[in-house]
Design a protein around this ligand. Structure first.
Ligand code: SIN
Length: 549
């Protein structure tokens, strides 16, 4: 049994000795899914929302492209559904994809009624962008390429106005609290101001985003360390399809610069991928060329780099022109200018980077996990919407639709009142020795990028798994007192789970590419589910497999 399969809390505590807070709903995470859930929950009771750092530091806030929704009269949820299923490469749950596209437009109406500003055309209608895998222009955007910022401004200010919502920033959820029957009753948290606290909750909703930081090259903010996936795993929840990490084809490739995303919407406006001589990369690779689903474009770039030996590819946005580029993508234009790049004149150096955690905590269509009292939505959840490859700009919509659904389900589930239980954790350091946490983190991120990256191979995955099991013995066998240590433990846990799942899935499908298991040999689509303490994976057939590529 690996150290990742031993059920233990990260820290020692006795619940009766710690300060207590009671709430109807505890929401872990303050991105789009968490705040949408909180706004729904506040109509029925009181809510506590936890943000690990500041409220507005999240993947949601960084989203450039926008929110996909079939709101144009020429478009339809059916068409959005088909595109979602096609992008998902056979692994989407049909009911989840249908729910997303059918409930999506009402969520957009709701956002507009809360005061969200979207870019509009000269007639005052929302101007809709095009992105990879979409058969229609259906991406709503704000301030050109700052959709996430405007969305989060709207949600944060709406949440601040609701008296029932308490927003706790700089508050780290260390572990879930579970009764002896396995019911989740809240979480143990830590903040620099109050130290350890217990938050008892009737329902706990995980909405703290993904785990892009497990990779050396990522477009994600530093907070995306997969904490809730690791925490749910330790509590005994089933996780699903963790081998699927989506790599965004175009993150900026400039030595020393963060891997800024260069939005897919730039290709939607006509930019194309080229080599350093200006020759097209996606021509002839797929009928949709530069606007093919994201996994295909990423593969096109990776195969080109392997053939050419070049370190990066380029985005040629010159035909958009400097003026139009600055008007449509003002934040990108400023960011590129910071590196001396003028998109109207220069090629933009790019490389794929880890972007979106597709797998996660397994849920049903209403966000219920396998543990009573625990729900999950947004990037942390695996509800079947995204299949093996998420369609561009579907994630903000997913946070809105499923954030709301979690709360509706929790209200229906007649959960008992939160009552304080006497819980005790005896976690102790079992392996002594100095640990440089920064080094653990960097080593993990490099190993993941090299061995569990865009193209994987069984032998390397197996080696990596052994290495993580070794690292896990001392890193998980230590007790830390601050988030730096807990994050490293969570990253290692999620890295291990992703690697284990990637080794087990002996096929190439969507975002999971195995050099030793070509696409042509792919067996029928199945989910891979895992639970702590069980060595073997559970394989579940998807409900239907229509409209797939
Ligand atoms: C982008 O703007 O390319 C990112 C949007 C997304 O990840 O859906």
């Amino acid at each position: 049994m690996t150290p990742f399969d031993q059920r233990r809390h990260l820290i020692p505590f006795r619940s009766q000795l710690l300060p207590h807070i009671f709430t109807d709903m505890l929401v872990v995470g303050s991105g789009v899914a968490g705040l949408r859930a909180a706004l729904e929950a506040a109509q029925h009771g009181d809510v506590v929302v936890l943000a690990k750092e500041s409220l507005d530091l999240s993947n949601s806030n960084w989203a450039q492209g926008g929110i996909a929704a079939a709101i144009h009269h020429d478009d339809s949820p059916e068409s959005h559904f088909k595109d979602t299923m096609t992008a998902g490469a056979g692994l989407c749950e049909e009911s989840a994809a249908r729910t997303l596209v059918e409930e999506g437009p009402a969520q957009i109406e709701q956002l507009l009624s809360w005061g969200m500003r979207v870019d509009r055309d000269s007639k005052g209608s929302p101007s809709l962008g095009l992105e990879g895998g979409h058969g229609h222009a259906r991406i709503l955007h704000s301030d050109g390429d700052a959709t996430g910022r405007e969305l989060m401004r709207t949600l944060i200010s709406s949440a601040r106005e609701r008296p029932g919502i308490r927003l706790f920033d700089r508050c780290f959820a260390v572990d879930l609290l579970t009764s002896s029957q396995g019911r989740v009753a809240g979480a143990i948290t830590w903040s620099p101001r109050y130290g350890l606290q217990i938050i008892w909750a009737r329902a706990t909703i995980l909405a703290s985003g993904g785990a892009g930081q497990v990779y050396r090259e990522t477009s994600n903010p530093r907070v995306a360390t997969g904490d809730a996936i690791a925490m749910a795993w330790r509590a005994g929840a089933w996780v699903r399809d963790l081998e699927f990490m989506q790599f965004h084809p175009t993150s900026l490739y400039v030595a020393g610069a963060p891997r800024h995303l260069v939005s897919e919407a730039v290709r939607g406006e006509g930019a194309v991928l080229v080599d350093r001589h200006g020759a097209r990369i996606m021509e002839g690779f797929h009928p949709q060329e530069d606007l093919a689903p994201r996994d295909i474009v990423t593969r096109g770039i990776v195969e080109h780099l392997a053939r050419s030996g070049e370190p990066c590819a380029y985005l040629d946005a010159r035909k958009i022109g400097s003026t139009d580029f600055a008007r449509r993508f003002p934040s990108l234009e400023r960011m590129l200018a910071g590196y001396g790049i003028d998109a109207g004149r220069d090629l933009i150096p790019i490389h794929p980077a880890a972007h979106y955690t597709i797998g996660g905590v397994r849920t049903d269509l209403d966000g219920r996990t396998s543990l009573q009292g625990l729900y999950a939505c947004g990037e942390v959840a695996s509800n079947g919407v995204h299949g093996a490859n998420r369609l561009a700009s579907n994630s903000l919509l997913e946070g809105l639709v499923f954030g709301r659904r979690c709360v509706v389900a929790a209200l229906r589930d007649t959960l008992p009142d939160p009552v304080p239980m006497q819980l005790e954790s005896r976690a102790q350091t079992v392996v002594a020795g100095e640990l440089d946490l920064g080094d653990v983190r960097q080593s993990l991120r490099s190993a993941m990028w090299r061995n569990v990256g865009i193209v994987r191979h069984g032998a390397k995955l197996a080696d990596c798994l052994d290495m993580f099991a070794f690292w896990g013995r001392y890193a998980l066998g230590s007790v830390f007192e601050t988030p730096e240590g807990w994050e490293a433990q969570n990253l290692l846990t999620v890295g291990h789970l992703m690697t284990r799942a990637a080794l087990e899935r002996r096929e190439s499908r969507g975002a999971h590419q195995r050099a030793d298991a070509p696409r042509e040999d792919a067996p029928p689509a199945q989910h891979l589910d895992w639970q702590i303490g069980h060595d073997t994976v559970q394989r579940t057939a998807i409900a239907t497999e229509s409209a797939t590529r």
